[in-house]
Every structure is written in structure tokens, then in C-alpha cells.
Design a binder for this molecule. Sequence first.
Ligand code: FRU
Length: 540
Amino acid sequence: MLQERIAAPRLSKGKAPAMKDRVPGPGTATAADDDAAHESRLERAQRAVDSLARTRRDRWYPHFHIASNGGWMNDPNGLCRYRGRWHVFYQLHPFGTQWGPMHWGHVSSADMVTWRREPVALAPSMPQDASGVFSGCAAESPDGHLMLYYTGTRKKTLDGSGRHEHEVQMLARSRNADASAFRKLGMIVDCPSEGMEGAFRDPKVWRQGGRWLLVVGVGSESGRGQIWLYSSPDMVHWRFDRVLYEHPDVDVFMLECPDFFPLADADGNEEWVLSFSAMGSKARGYTNRNANSAGYVTGTWADGEGFTPRSAFRPWDWGHNYYAPQSFEAPDGRRIMYGWMSPFAHRMPMDRDGWCGQLTLPREVVLGRDGRIRTCPVAETERLRCVRRDIGPVRLGPNEERTVCDDAWAVEIVMEVNLRETTAERAGLKIHHTCDGSYTYIAYDDQTRRIVVDRQAAARGDRGYRAAPLSESDLESGTLRLRIFIDRGSVEVYANAGEQVLSSYSFASPGRRRVTLTSESGVSSIGSLSIYDMRGIGLD
Ligand code: FRU
């Protein structure tokens, strides 16, 4: 068993504070001082976002994806349904369009279709989170509060010693019924004094069997990516339980944003899904092509026991820009996941437009009877469709191209490729195809039998291509089903009902953005093709 091979860390002797013993600020700060300090940080952050939003350029700003009004954003945080509304929080740097001291931004919605902006929710204001309010999650307490768990980070330890950023787990609690204001309750899990080296972050909490459980990502003292499990009777006092998982790849030194949940197929067969964002894995063939890789392993687990992985690592998404997903369980039992469309190492052209970063569409995570996990846009996404145009069956001759839409800046394309009648080496479409000749190419590649998002003809931003495998059984069915979501600066491609997904930024040049069907060296048979204009989600 993995757990037996990994020495259990010795933990810091410092006791986590009870809620009433909130960690005081410097000097003689009281709870009221803490609230006031936080308020003034939040107001400053809000003013900064509003000021960036006033001069924001929208050529690539999303119409139907969640993004900050201004500034930089990364990971989705605190996903939940609370008192009749969906809540999405996210990592936010309000003072610029590059990553910087982290806050939590916030939007909410009654129907997951129309969203409204909420005030900035959390800002650095305590000694423990002085350098940033890092990623975390939300959980509703038995007395009806929304509890936000997050990582507080600060330079070194409070007395100035230590080599690394000091990361601890923190708690905040809603101050009103619409969860638009929070009171920080302080630290709940101190940084372990042994067993880890530097990174200790991104708590994810859930309730199970009458107690609360928490997973957190760790860079271990031997330089390995691990996930640790803690338990609590009351959401406040936490005890280390075990090292739940160590990534088998020795290059992986940290597992960010861990998530752990059960999924059942239609017959009730259950798998536990352990999701994480691995730092350090090296590119191999088509995999790990981005700086860091977000994916999962499935296996068996029961409370009080170790996790036994059964599957190999599988990415959640094969695109150029996907990272740090988080999931939550909706009241109707659906497992819903958002990811961050991350820029990774390259400067993003939109950071000169007053904003940077967006989330993916919300995806439902489903376990098929075949044991495979699929992720599809939640059903609510179909309510964003407005005008529909049916292009109908299309047959393209060898090397033929045909424009099927003159100006597509916020559309969903639903199409089926008849693989039995298609002889093209690549059959697909150019999106964001502008008069300067630039485009992003989405195609079925018959030589590699993969679905490809190729940005070699992009005028702006990073290039390169990504290619997701298609399963033999889907290929043998003879039909490739695609849903392609084109927003102003991004594309999400869902193949065969979410069997594979690719999310990539795509920065269109000025002018009309055509969609052009393309058939390379052979004929392409498109069984059906419909284009829906998408309405906005209320944030642009
Ligand atoms: C993942 C991550 C998290 C961290 C946050 C900081 O993208 O690095 O591990 O909490 O972003 O913004």
C-alpha cells in the first residue's frame, strides 16, 4: 500500500485555534480591528478592479464565460450552491493583469445562465495571509453559514525565519444570507513543521459519515507531489489523518488544487476520483504539453483506509490552456466542475486590454457504464443558445474550403462527421478566420485518429497544436460528434459527448471572424452542422 511506504509526517505541535480564538492581527488587534482592516483592503481591491474595467478592451473578453471585470484571474474557488444561488469565486489580482497578491473575486447566479458580479470577497489582511489569499473551497455549516476554506500565504514564518513562503489553511464565514460579505476566522491548520518542503495549499473540504474531511496539496520533504487527508468533527478543529496519495512520477514536485469525490455509473458502481494539478511532469508524446497538467486517477477508497488507485493518470482536458479545476456536488446530485483557462508561461495578448484569464464552461462529470469519465457542458448551457442556423449535410471535395458563417464571435457549433465517407487526411474547420489569413484550426486527423486544435496560423499569442485521442469504440461507430464553443478569445471543443475536451485561447485578428469548413487531401462528409448564436451570461 502506498500509505505504508510513505512516512507519516510529524506535525506542528501548535494547536489550531478555536473559532472564538481568532488569530489576532499585529499589536493589540481585536476582531473589530481585523474586520476593519479587511474591509479597507476589500474596498481598495474593488476600486482597482472597477478602474481597470472602465478602460477594458473587449475584442477577446468572453461573452459567455466567467471572467473578472478587470485584472488578472486564475483558479475557480469556493464553488457551491448556497441558499438558492450558484456561487463561483476565483483567484484575483485586482491591481494588474499579471499574477500578483491574491484575492478572491466572486460572481453568483440563480440559474447558472445569467450571472451577477459580487463584491471582492477576500483580501490579504491578516499576518497569516499577508502575501495572498490562495485557492480553496466552500462548504455550508450545519447552522447555515457559508464557510470558505483557503490557503493563507506569507513570506517565511511570522518571526522572519524559514526559507520558503509559509502556507497555512484558513477559514472565513459568511456574514449575510447572500454570501456577499465574509468574516475571517483565522488559521485552522498550521504549516506542518516536518514532512513537507514549502508548498502546503489548496484545501478542499466535504462532509462524509458525520464528520468533515479535507484534502490539501503538498510538496513533500523528499520533493514529491503528495495529497494529505485531514478530518474534523466540527469544521474548525482538524487532525492529520494520512498521506492519501503520492504521485508516481518523480518529476512531479507538487499537486495543486486536489479534489476527491465519488462518482457512480447508471448501475450504481462507484469509483473514487482523485483530481489534481501536477507541477513538474515532463512532456511525453502528446501528453503533458502544458507547463503543468490537470487530471485525475480513479480508484477505491473508504473512510479510515488508504486510497488504492486503479487507473492511470488521465487529463481532464487536452487543450493548450486548462488548469486548476475544482468540482462540487449540486443539490440534484450532479458533479459539476469549472477549470481555469490558464495562460501558462506565455504572455497573453489580452493582458494589455485590462484583464487576463477566464474560466471554462461548467462541466458535468459523469461515469459511463464503460468505466470512462466524460465531461460535458451542464444542461443549462443549452439555454444560452438563441438563433439557430442549420447548414445541413455538407460534402467537401479534396482540398475544398467553404465558409459556413461570416462572423462568428460567440457561437456554438454542433456537427457530425461521417467517418466512413470521409477520406480527408484532416477534416475540420477554421475558426476566428480573418481577412489577414489567421485562424485556429479544429480538425479530425485521420492519420493520428485524434481531434486536433492547431494554432499554427494564429497571428497573436502562443502557437503549437494539441491532439486528443478518440476511443476505438467511438471511431468504429463511424460518426464523430463535436460541440465547439467559440467565444471572443477562446474555443472549447467537446468530442463524442465529452469523451475528450480541448480548451484553448484563440486571439482573433480585427475584422469579421469566419468559420470555414476545410477538407485536406480527400473528401469530407459532414452529416449535419448547426450554428447557434450564444447570448451573454450578463458579465460583459
Ligand atoms: C494553482 C495555484 C494554487 C494556488 C493559487 C495561487 O494555479 O498555484 O496552487 O493556491 O494558484 O494563485
